[in-house]
Design a binder for this molecule. Structure first.
Ligand code: B3K
Ligand code: ZN
Length: 850
């Protein structure tokens, strides 16, 4: 059976489904090539609409039989849609279909990974399991019977019965089909319990393949912390007797929040000090929290349609960021999130893929699980909270849960609770959901007779389909510092609602230095023309940790741009300011490690492009290298002290304190390796007893053009561990010289262990190539072509992962004509492939533009 023909779906065309579902009973007779799925569904007319069209989705399956109220029925099936004449009254629908999990390489629907059955149904994967109204506004109570010989057979909800060859599950909470899950295989559990605030005991299990038991403890602790945090901070209690998490090796993304049965990419849950870096630990903790938090924001209250995706994703990202801030360091988390936003969301928002946080149309919804929906969606919630205040935010959330529990909701429902609680009119604020593009916020200053005036203006560039933009509500957190570095007044949130507005601060004795957009209070590009001296002042004195970091970042950025465009020497104001901050051992080591970072090369390219210049990736690379080298020399005396500070005597703990010290130690080692050509890194590698230190030492060696022996030893040491071998693949591409990057990726793609059907492995090599700015954009065009070759190969096997990787090309219009011609040719070549997936076709058509 073919996929549904590509059509464009519009938000404005939403109509409720004509039928409600009282219950769903599913029976699975598992067989790798021929699984039978029998569905029994009780439909009744939906009083909210008169349209009684009976349309069920179903793809990649064979219909064996169907009946209505016990009578055989002959439905019509075409292009993934089943239609039938049905009674205008409640009826019971039964269908039996056959599906082929073993042949399902798309990893969507029911598929197999290492002999284990598992599912991924969001967004529209349930339609590959049986005929069903596969849309999130149809919520139903599911009972599932699994027949098979596997030691472990799981589904959503609570276990109700099991015996020789079967297991039955019942989920009392109505849910849409995208939250359905099934797992069957030879798995072992790491188990624990959690007692909820009202005293109910919940069984917790983390299911893994035999051999992975030793990598579960951290994930389990993260789960328990998440459950407690959601009770304490949001008043949300867990609602089933059991919570299962399963680790799967073949998975298209990080993890999935299926009700009571979360399924995780093994890379997003398995952790041990020997095999995982500190960054891995932090990410795992955040993803476990994220999926758990979806139980209320996503599952109990879900989305009416897929245009509302940010309703659950933006909110849940915002909640997981709050959790990480509470458990670790709030400033460090904020800075890391902004780095990530600028690296992934800004390019999307400023290029051909730009779309609103709530898109208005799509062809393939899987292409809209984007940084804009997720991360900008979370930023929008952060702005809302800042505008209404913490107390009103908490009240609005209580009202949201009380009013909408069990419903499929919209952004209008979400904003209405805030309007009802605060009495504010949020219609202008709502533009954040409908206008695409990153607003540019320009700051002008004036000083006269003791009055300091800030004039703020906003402008959002045109984006595809949206030539003209209206002013948005932008909360701008501002602080003023005296020339001595004291705060003049408490941070104030200015509400910019017009295209241009002025704000005056009077009664001042001296002209202050303004610290604007503290804590990154809005996802905008800030254009504040400060002198290097003013930035250096803020780097030394700003009490807002984000803006203090940002001042250093801006100095580094300006220094690099001057080096690139004017052949300037590295700016000593930056180097001196940075060194002073690094010397201050009263500052958190993690924060100082972040201070040592530079704007990414892709970010520099974007800035040059915004200034009307054509970025040269090789020149950006060289400037960055030169600045690193100069920084190393400038800090030469300080480096041993930083390394000494980073020494940890205590046993390894993946907490924020130790991770921060290791981050500072690694950053110092990276600089030192530029001076001693890797001597210290080789010594560190030899005695590293955790993956964070092992990998950082190996990186320094490879960067110094050394480490061949260590690289081979690393491979031998870890050849049985697929997640560590992913790192081995990725590292070599990431650290290759620009002219070597494509060739390194090509060589690795011929390696016996390069299993390209596994998304983690594919991304390890080609994700790293796409992220290597100067390597990917090397003038030869070799990387453009190599990636295209592999996307052509992967598309028929796994369209979702292919489409996602296409974004490597999204910034192509920034570069010179030669590079654009090279990329354009590859885009055309991929688009010319017969039977290209809907996913990839949509992505490339948008990137190609008209
Ligand atoms: N909701 C899932 C993502 C599903 C992606 C479908 N292509 C994971 C998450 O955001 O928690
Ligand atoms: Zn999510």
């Amino acid at each position: 059976m073919r996929d549904a023909a590509p059509t464009t779906i519009h938000l404005k065309d939403y109509e409720p489904f004509g039928w409600l579902i009282d219950s769903v009973h599913l029976t699975f007779r598992l067989d790798p090539g021929k699984t039978r799925v029998i569905s029994r569904v009780a439909f009744r007319p939906n009083p909210a609409t008169r349209n009684r069209d009976f349309r069920l989705n179903g793809e990649h399956m064979t219909l064996i039989r169907a009946s209505i109220d016990g009578q055989d029925w002959k439905p019509h099936v075409r292009d993934g849609i089943l239609t039938a004449q049905v009674p205008d009254a409640p009826f019971e629908w039964v269908a039996e279909v056959e599906i082929d999990p073993a042949a399902n390489t798309a990893l969507e629907g029911l598929y197999m990974s290492n002999g284990m059955y598992c599912t991924q149904c969001e967004a529209e994967g349930f339609r590959r399991i049986t005929f069903y109204p596969d849309r999130p506004d149809v919520m139903a109570v599911f009972t599932v019977r699994i027949e098979g010989t596997h030691p472990v057979m799981l589904s959503n909800g609570n276990p109700v019965d099991s015996g020789e060859g079967f297991a039955e599950w019942h989920d009392p909470w109505p849910k849409p089909a995208y939250l359905f899950a099934l797992v069957a295989g030879d798995l072992v559990a790491h188990s624990d319990t959690f007692t909820t605030v009202s005293g109910r005991e919940v069984d917790l299990n983390l299911w893994v393949r035999p051999g992975d038991e030793g990598k579960c403890a951290f994930g389990m602790e993260a789960l328990k912390k998440s459950m407690r945090w959601d009770e304490e901070v949001y008043g949300r209690e867990y609602d089933l007797d059991v919570f299962n998490i399963v680790a799967v090796d073949d998975f298209n993304m990080g993890a999935m929040e299926n009700k009571g049965l979360n399924i995780f990419n093994s890379a997003a849950v398995l952790a041990s000090p020997e095999t995982s870096t500190d960054d891995n630990f932090e990410r795992i903790e955040a993803i476990i929290a994220h999926e758990y938090f979806h139980n209320w924001t996503g599952n109990r209250i879900t989305c009416r349609d897929w245009f509302q995706l940010c309703l659950k994703e933006g909110l849940t990202v915002f909640r997981d960021a709050q959790f990480t801030s509470d458990l670790r360091s709030a400033p460090v988390k904020r800075i890391r999130d902004v780095i990530d936003l600028r690296a992934r969301q800004f390019p999307e928002d400023q290029g051909p893929l730009s779309h609103p946080v709530r898109p208005e149309s799509f062809q393939e919804i899987n292409n809209f699980y984007t940084a804009t929906v997720y991360e900008k969606g979370a930023e929008v919630i952060g702005m809302l909270k800042r505008l209404v205040g913490d107390a009103a935010y908490a009240e609005a959330l209580d009202l949201y849960f009380a009013r909408h529990d069990g419903q499929a909701c919209t952004i209008e429902d979400w904003l209405k609770v805030f309007e009802d609680v605060t009495g504010r009119d949020l219609s202008q604020f709502k533009r954040w959901y409908s206008q695409a593009g990153t607003p540019r916020l320009t700051v002008e200053e004036a000083w006269r007779d003791g009055t300091f005036t800030l004039t703020l203006s906003q402008a959002t560039p045109a984006t595809p389909g949206q030539p003209d933009k209206l002013p948005q509500v932008i909360p701008v957190a501002v602080g003023l510092l005296t020339p001595n570095g004291d705060e003049v007044r408490a941070t104030e949130v200015l509400e910019l609602t017009q295209a241009r507005q002025s704000y005056s601060f009077d009664g001042l004795t001296a002209r202050p230095v303004a610290s604007v957009l503290r804590d990154f209070s809005a996802p905008v590009v800030l254009d504040h023309d400060l002198s290097p001296e003013q930035r250096a002042f803020l780097l030394a004195h700003d009490t807002d940790p984000f803006n203090r970091w940002e001042a250093g970042r801006a100095l580094a950025g300006q220094c690099l741009l001057d080096m690139i465009t004017e052949d300037a020497a590295p700016d000593t104001a930056y180097l001196d300011g940075l060194t002073a901050v690094l010397r201050d051992d009263g500052l958190d080591p993690a924060y100082r490690a972040l201070m040592l970072g530079l704007p990414s090369q892709s970010e520099l390219a974007a800035t040059l492009h915004q200034r009307g210049l054509i970025p040269d990736p090789q020149a950006i690379w060289e400037a960055t290298e030169t600045l690193r080298q100069t920084t190393a020399q400038h800090m030469q005396d300080l480096l041993p002290r930083l390394r000494a500070e980073a020494q940890i005597e205590a046993p390894f703990r993946p907490d924020a304190d130790q991770a921060g010290k290791r981050a500072l130690g690694s950053a110092a080692l990276a600089l030192l390796s530029r001076l001693d050509s890797g001597t210290q890194a080789a010594a560190d590698y030899a005695c590293a007893d955790n993956m964070t230190l092992q990998l950082s030492a190996l990186s320094c060696l490879l960067k110094a053009g050394k480490g061949e022996v260590e690289l081979a030893a690393f491979y031998d040491q870890w050849r049985g561990d697929r997640l560590v071998i992913d790192k081995w693949f990725g590292l070599q591409v990431a650290l290759a010289a620009p002219e070597q990057a494509a060739e390194t990726a090509r060589r690795l793609s011929a390696h016996a262990e390069f299993n390209w059907r596994n998304p983690n492995r594919f991304r390890a090599v080609f994700g790293a190539l796409a992220m290597h700015h100067a390597g990917f954009h090397h003038a030869s065009g070799a990387a453009y072509q190599l990636l295209a070759d592999w996307l052509i190969r992967l598309d028929p096997v796994n369209p979702q992962t292919t489409a996602r990787m296409c974004s490597a090309y999204q910034t192509w219009r920034r570069y010179d004509d030669d590079r654009q011609a090279l990329i354009g040719a590859q885009l055309d070549r991929i688009l010319a492939q017969p039977d290209l997936s809907r996913d990839t076709t949509e992505m490339l058509t948008r990137i190609r533009g008209s």
